[in-house]
Write a protein that binds this ligand. Structure first.
Ligand SMILES: [Zn+2]
Ligand SMILES: [Zn+2]
Length: 346
């Protein structure tokens, strides 16, 4: 089995690994598609983010889909030949957060391709994976594995929307038009937002944001004054999603979000120096959002029915053997939105 292993920033290697044995309650999935995520890029470019650092070689990847090859006796949820999106998160189910239903805060979380714990949880950019049956979420026959591999990033965005509260009839701002920002635009549209404005510093991603549901886009690099109009009368937007992971849009957001409005911070990795008075006097709800829980199944359903059509986002499918080229392409936002690796035997 081939695997994409990161040894140090920019030191990405395709290596042979032993395929793991199937245990009780588990399934073997022949992986076919793996989307490169912003967090994979953080490891590749910077060796991690925040306090999370790469401390040993790790297989990257967590946005994967494929075909069930083998199911342990007694597994009834899927069978060989089924197309599945693989949920990369496996919560323990018994810790103090799991028993409250807060699985994304599990104290013993195993999330593919994450250096949060030691030893690191190995990722899923490999030809096959053995996972718990509950992690293999079936897609209708005929769904493309490449669309199925969007379930994880879409789940992140759906969770962000859930954190924001009802969006029906709301004016929404999405800052940062990477895959997460763009899918958040689509998720906000699906949730009934009345008006969606998206910002970024590149025109290509903004064109994609319009295609996926934004009413207006603003290039804040070429039109730095364009957001000022939204500051009038204490701010225009009801809800803002910050998906750039940078402090600058958050500072703008405090000016353009109305009193008692909500700012959902999705992006991470930056430090911000915030004017507390703005948060206090406008009574802003500044809230975080982290990964997802049951939204994974919701994302699978949205993709399967094409209620959110993710196909325009897929820039290129790159052979696993060319992983390094794929990562360099994914890191260049002027040339790509979502880059996927073709996994499994050709
Ligand atoms: Zn991801
Ligand atoms: Zn737990």
């Amino acid at each position: 089995m081939r695997a994409v292993v990161l040894h140090a920033p920019f030191d990405l290697r395709v290596e042979e690994r032993e395929a793991p044995q199937l245990g009780p309650g588990q399934v073997r999935v022949g992986l076919r598609a793996g989307g490169i995520c912003g967090s994979d890029l953080h490891y590749y470019l910077h060796g991690g983010f925040g306090a999370v650092r790469l401390r040993e070689p790790m297989i990257l990847g967590h946005e994967v889909a494929g075909i069930v090859q083998e199911a342990a006796p007694g597994v009834t949820s899927v069978k060989p030949g089924d197309i599945v999106a693989v949920n990369p998160s496996l919560a323990c189910g018994v810790c103090r957060f799991c028993v409250k239903g807060l699985h994304n805060h599990c104290l013993d979380m195993r999330f593919y391709g994450s250096a949060m714990r030691m030893p690191h949880v190995q990722g899923a950019f490999r030809d096959s994976v053995v996972c718990e049956a509950v992690q293999a979420v079936p897609m209708p026959e005929g769904t493309s594995v490449n669309e199925a591999a969007f379930a994880e990033p879409l789940a992140v965005c759906l969770h962000a929307v859930v954190r924001a509260g009802p969006l029906l009839g709301q004016r929404v701002l999405v800052t940062g038009a990477g895959p997460i920002g763009i899918l958040t635009v689509a998720a906000a549209r699906a949730a009934g937002a009345a008006e969606i404005v998206a910002t970024d510093i590149l025109d290509g991603p903004l064109a994609m944001a319009r295609r996926m549901g934004a009413d207006r886009t603003v290039n804040v690099a070429s039109e730095p004054e364009a957001m000022a109009g939204y500051e009038a009368e204490k701010g225009w937007f009801d809800v803002m999603f910050e998906a750039a992971g940078s402090a600058v849009p958050l500072l703008v957001g405090l000016k353009v979000v109305r009193p008692l409005g909500t700012i959902v911070q999705i992006g991470q990795g930056a430090q911000a120096d915030l004017p507390m008075s703005a948060i206090v006097t406008k009574e802003i709800n500044l809230i975080g959002t982290f990964r997802f829980d049951t939204e994974f199944e919701t994302a699978v359903s949205y993709i399967a029915r094409r209620q959110i059509d993710v196909r325009p986002l897929l820039t290129e499918i790159v052979p696993l053997q060319e992983a390094k080229r794929a990562f360099d392409l994914a890191a260049d936002k002027s040339r790509s939105v979502k880059v996927q690796l073709a996994l499994g035997e050709a």
